[in-house]
Design a binder for this molecule. Structure first.
Ligand code: TEU
Ligand code: CA
Length: 545
């Protein structure tokens, strides 16, 4: 297996809007990130993935881009970006930009031109049809919107203000390659590619089974006929000419198809964020059709997807991001055992095979939020589905319950830096309310407590770096049928580790997983006292002597 820096690194995702506000307008910005670079260096992460910072009307908080080669007004300007990039590199870290080229904003000049007339030179930059099919948007409603001016429908798999770019058009592809070079020539270290498997649309836009949204993604939106041709062309024309890394966001990519995107000799992408575990919580009705997560399925996803690496590819390891609920609330216990379970999940993230990604705030165990009113929410996805739910005679409190479990704003509340007003995030009212628990959960308090979740992450990040067996070593589930403990082995010629993660409050004998304990040394745990019993939410790493 090829050993390389982007396999040995750990990514930290920054959602700039909620990270730190430096100019008291209630919105996070680039200077706010610059202020915290030493904090991130101290934590020990290697690569900063910035959610989109390009010009945008922020209908989908930057995932609707109106100018790919300029900085969003709310976040600052290009000088700020250049200073941020230099500061990151000076500290030996790298920056990943968020490339959103499946769609642009409808305020992009390309779309403004495209909608003017059927014979406009930009008409074929987007998907226009005289009739719409039955496709549904990820954000509720139809995936087609009628445009009066030219009496045709345009495609938007996401919000109306996010028209899909037409990758069939070689001019569109060349525009994308050109904007990628613009950033790579500035010295950025790679791209996370938003919904990249969606860029190739199936000929004649065939109707799909709209009763099951996950199926609709796989069968109609993702893995289209020319997707590999396009990504390979991008590789040949841009990617292979730089020492960078690429991460595909892969909704709809199945385990079987994964190595078509990330196989070492494919000339496409380095790795993907897969959704095997992430979509587990949503039923056929999509995001707000809440389904209980299943622990056995959760473990099986990790075991299945490790095969992608066995077959020569590479994947990310993540438990949340800006689109999913907070990891400690979803997979752990954000009440009585918040600290123990946050540390247990950090142990999973940082002992699995793949490139881990930590979402901002996880390092202090930030939790989901429950705002009392729908007016407190900001996410276009929440608001669109809320309107649809109410228009269908739905009950508001029932919808709010689904938002509390699966809503994206759970993870987008401002980072809690201190117990000062607004959690030290801003001197103004933030664009979205701070989580009321900021007085008990904040960075300042974490840095004063050597036993905090922050220092556990710091320790685990250093431990992973010191033990590359945890990066490259083979993975094997040791107790696939166990309904409370996730027990697995990591091993290569250098070392052997056994990781035990007790996802329950039960006390469980370690001898159930390690019969010859005298041959193993307990090297890491989220508890300070040990008696051969796994306590509630206890995580242990044993290393063979
Ligand atoms: O998300 C697309 C995606 O498929 C999942 O993250 C999820 O299905 C989505 O949040 C809708 O439920 C990417 C970005 O991560 C997300 O923030 C954007 O809203 C979306 O694409 C459109 O750019
Ligand atoms: Ca600001």
């Amino acid at each position: 297996m090829k050993k390389i820096w982007w396999k040995e690194s750990v990514i930290y995702q920054i959602y700039p809007r909620s990270f730190k506000d430096s100019n008291a307008d209630g919105i996070g910005d680039l200077r706010g990130i610059i202020e915290q670079l030493d904090y991130l260096k101290n934590l020990g992460v290697d690569i900063l993935w910035l959610s989109p910072v390009f010009k945008s009307p922020n209908d989908d908080n930057g995932y609707d881009i109106s100018d790919y080669e300029d900085i969003m007004d709310e976040f600052g300007n290009m000088d700020d970006f250049d200073e941020l990039l230099e500061g990151v590199h000076q500290r030996g870290m790298k920056i990943l930009m968020d490339l959103v080229v499946n769609h642009s904003s409808d305020e992009h000049r390309w779309f403004q031109e495209s909608r003017k007339s059927k014979d406009n030179p930009y008409r074929d930059y987007y998907h226009w049809q005289a009739q719409k099919n039955n496709w549904k948007s990820f954000f509720a409603g139809d995936a087609w919107t009628y445009d009066e001016q030219t009496e045709e429908y345009y495609l938007h798999l996401f919000a109306k203000k996010q028209p899909d770019l037409n990758w069939e058009n070689p001019k569109v592809r060349e525009e994308v390659y050109s904007l990628m070079r613009f950033w790579l020539d500035k010295g950025v270290d790679g791209f996370r590619m938003d919904v990249i498997p969606l860029i190739s649309k199936r000929d004649a836009y065939p109707d799909g089974d709209i009763s099951d949204f996950n199926k609709l993604i796989e069968e109609r939106y993702s893995n289209g006929p020319r997707v590999h041709e396009y990504i390979n062309e991008m590789y040949e024309k841009v990617l292979k000419h730089y020492d960078i890394m690429t991460v595909g966001e892969g909704p709809g990519i199945t385990r079987e198809l994964a190595n078509l995107y990330v196989g070492e000799d494919r000339g496409e992408l380095n790795m993907i964020f897969h959704f095997g575990h992430m979509f587990m919580g949503q039923g056929e009705g999509g995001r707000f059709d809440v389904v209980e997560d299943d622990f056995m399925e959760f473990k099986k996803v990790f075991t299945d997807w490790d095969k992608v690496i066995q077959e020569g590819g590479w994947i990310n390891i993540f438990l949340d991001n800006h689109d999913f609920p907070r990891m400690v609330s979803r997979w752990g216990d954000d009440g009585k055992y918040r600290t123990e379970s946050a540390k247990l999940l950090a142990t999973l993230l940082l002992t699995m095979r793949g490139t881990p990604c930590i979402f901002q705030g996880s390092e202090i165990g930030m939790t989901n939020v429950q705002f009392p009113s729908i007016e407190d929410y900001r996410d276009v996805e929440i608001m669109n589905f809320y309107k649809e739910h109410m228009a269908n005679g739905g009950d508001e409190s029932e919808f709010l319950q689904a938002v509390y479990v699966n809503g994206r704003d759970n993870v987008r509340t401002p980072i809690q830096w201190s117990d000062a007003p607004n959690g030290g995030f801003s001197d103004a009212a933030p664009w979205i309310k701070i989580n009321p628990n900021y007085k008990d959960i904040n960075v300042e308090q974490a840095l004063e407590n050597p036993d905090s979740i922050f220092f556990y992450y710091k320790k685990m990040l250093a431990y992973r770096k010191a033990n590359t067996t945890l990066v490259y070593g083979e993975y094997k589930d040791l107790a696939a049928k166990d309904e409370q403990v996730f027990a697995y082995r990591r091993m290569d010629e250098a070392a052997e580790f056994i990781v035990l993660l007790n996802f329950s409050e039960s006390s469980i004998p370690i001898s159930r997983y390690i019969s010859d304990a005298r041959n193993y040394e307990l090297e890491v745990s989220n508890y300070s006292n040990h008696d051969g019993i796994l306590k509630a939410w206890e995580a242990c790493i044993y290393k063979k002597k």
